[in-house]
Design a binder for this molecule. Structure first.
Ligand code: A3P
Length: 321
């Protein structure tokens, strides 16, 4: 068994030594370009494990996203919807667990610890690009939801996230304008961001019954409406009685930024406690939760360039961001 593991580790090391590599935004970490996307080693290892080992069940519901586009919010909303007959406002696990701890990532938490299919929920999450997903997800008929966000807010949110992470590791991230240039060129986690979005967008056009495509901004604009659509899509629709009782509104309130951000677990708890390089403070996942915060960080020129980039990358796809 150990010999087998050594052989696997050696072939992994050989494989990564052939990949293009760049430093990740000044951190003591590298990004490797694999199948067209930039990933750090733990993410790459997770991606390969999923491709080799993950077996989807037809009942799985997989929440997909790049980084900083509203994943934790989508996790809370879908988890609360699916478990609404088992838990209420005062018993939901969201009161004592970070949203990322109630819906595990298949490339980290599931593959390493087999912790999905717990808490009575069929939910899993992934940051993998669509083209990385193992065949069993495509073939099993399980449902996928993808959430994306304005690239300007996504960049600003991601920069702050990495800046806080680097501080906790006593390292220094590059300046925002330098990181902007790299993000623009697609050099960021799971970059290029636009290619990540486009992979899922195209798949959602091909399989609208299987993949629901959401934008963070739409969810902010009309959370109740989109929550009802999500519930319908994943097969947990709200009955008219529940709608009269205000159940969807209640879930929206429970999962609001203000509410989750004020919970003790999200202020002081730890995520992946004790895991080297992966431990994070829960409050790193909550910043402002606003649309348009990029205005406070990007110059007019930067925002225009990013808009142009978005137009160019999405041109002909039918998608606007
Ligand atoms: P900001 O950094 O702009 O505040 P992800 O969960 O994919 O990492 O996305 C993180 C972004 O979603 C952060 O954006 C975060 O503040 C915001 N967010 C977290 N919880 C939220 C919630 N319940 N409602 C709305 N936005 C939320």
């Amino acid at each position: 068994h150990i010999q087998n593991r050594d052989v696997l580790q050696k072939s992994f090391e050989e494989m990564i030594s052939t990949l293009p590599k760049v430093n990740f935004w000044g951190l003591p970490l590298d990004l490797y370009q694999f199948q067209g996307f930039w990933l750090t080693l733990p993410f790459l290892q997770g991606a390969l494990s999923v491709q080799q080992q993950f077996q989807a069940q037809p009942t799985d519901i997989i929440l997909c996203s790049s980084l900083r586009t509203g994943t934790a919010w989508l996790k809370s909303l879908t988890f609360t919807t699916i478990t609404r007959t088992s838990y209420n406002d005062s018993t939901t696990p969201l009161l004592s667990k970070l949203p990322h701890d109630v819906v595990p990532y298949m490339e980290f938490d599931h593959v390493q610890f087999s912790t999905n299919r717990h808490l009575g929920s069929p939910l899993l999450a992934t940051h993998l690009p669509y083209s990385f997903l193992p065949r069993s997800i495509i073939d099993s008929g399980c449902k996928l939801i993808y959430i994306c966000r304005d690239p300007k807010d996504t960049f600003v949110s991601f920069y702050h996230f990495i800046a806080r992470y680097s501080k906790s590791q006593n390292t220094q991230i590059i300046q925002l304008d330098e990181a902007f240039e790299l993000f623009y060129e697609g050099v960021s986690m799971y970059g290029s961001y636009w290619d990540h979005v486009l992979g899922y967008w195209k798949a959602s056009l091909e399989h609208p019954d299987k993949l629901m495509f959401l934008k963070y901004e739409d969810l902010v604009e009309n959370t109740v409406l989109y929550l009802k659509k999500i519930a319908e899509f994943i097969g947990y629709p709200f009955s008219s009685e529940e709608q009269q009782q205000g159940v969807p509104e209640n879930i929206v309130q429970m999962c609001s930024f203000e509410n989750l951000n004020s919970l003790e677990v999200n202020k002081t708890g730890k995520h992946r406690e004790g895991q080297e390089n992966l431990e994070l403070e829960n409050n790193i996942f909550f910043r402002k939760g606003k649309v348009g915060d990029w205005k406070n960080y990007l110059t007019t020129e930067m925002s225009q360039r990013l808009n142009q980039r978005t137009l160019q990358k999405l041109s002909g796809s039918g998608l606007s961001l």
